[in-house]
Design a protein around this ligand. Sequence first.
Ligand code: SAM
Length: 348
Amino acid sequence: MSASTTKMAALRLPPLPTIADIIRTHKLSARKSLSQNFLLNERITDKIVKKAGDLTGSYVLEVGPGPGALTRSIMRQNPKKLILVEKDHRFLPTLNMLQEAFELTGSKIDIIINDILKVQMDALFPKEIAEDWNDKRPRIFIIGNLPFSVSTHLIIKWLKAISEHKGPWSLGRSKMTLTFQKEVAERLVAPEYGVQRCRLSVMAQAWTFPNHQFTIPGRVFVPKPDVDVGVVSFVPLMTPQTKHSFDFFELITRHVFSFRQKYCIRCIETLFPLYCRKEMGETLCKIADIDPTLKPTQLSVSDVDKIATAYEFLLQKHTELQTYDYRASRRLLHDKYLDEVTISDYRD
Ligand code: SAM
């Protein structure tokens, strides 16, 4: 489609009621259990879409369209196909209306009423649009003003899919542009030595380039959430910062951040049973060439990768260590405090 036909296609959209009118007419009161905070400001939804990139002729997955303000901004950019995944069936009539309007322009909308965490992502996009991982990115974009209740869970799930080239990432380095609570957005992008540096920063940066594009003040949402919201884009790295599997690297990262305020060697020691903990911790730091007095927050992704590689080497040399489970040992000791620290989620 040429640029001028594309523009005309957008102009052919029939006039639509405002989002505020839709919410009022359909009595779509926001449900807290589904983290429903709606955006009614077109300038902001257009800005999110602009940060996603050039959507013309592309395939877009939108998570949680709700009453459809962000959906309309996406539609105005003329993607070839828009896939909407929304858990709340109350939005179906509104989304059907957008579907009809969009299809007049020759583009297509698929509506899936389901939990995004349960959707089989493999079948959503046609195989023909695949690009080689080391080539340009495919014309696939994932966009969402995400529900806070699932955003961290979802990004971890998708980072794993990226690491394994599964789902939309089986077709190449598909870009995501998603919202998070501002604090989570800051954690995702925090560099080493940054105050917000944590496990989530290392995991996100090992496989993607996360970019905190801008912050949306909480007051522009309806209803207003307690926090501001950060828009973060993720471009999968051609060459990840680790060659380890997602699960193994995640395990190491979790140990490395088990005590944020202590020297990293204290955390590294937790990879080993008590009887050899001190000695093995020192050996690992030497093999990995890591300063044992650095704090976990001062370690780069490459440092964590070196720790993982050194640990793998030690496991091969001392096979008896392979069955050691730090969390199980803490439970055995009924050391509730340590257990809580270790098992803490990505908010640590
Ligand atoms: N996109 C709309 C906007 O910007 O105004 C709504 C955003 S609201 C923060 C989050 C949306 O995600 C809601 O429509 C909610 O119903 C939907 N949602 C919540 N949990 C979901 C899930 N597990 N899967 C899919 N959608 C979900």
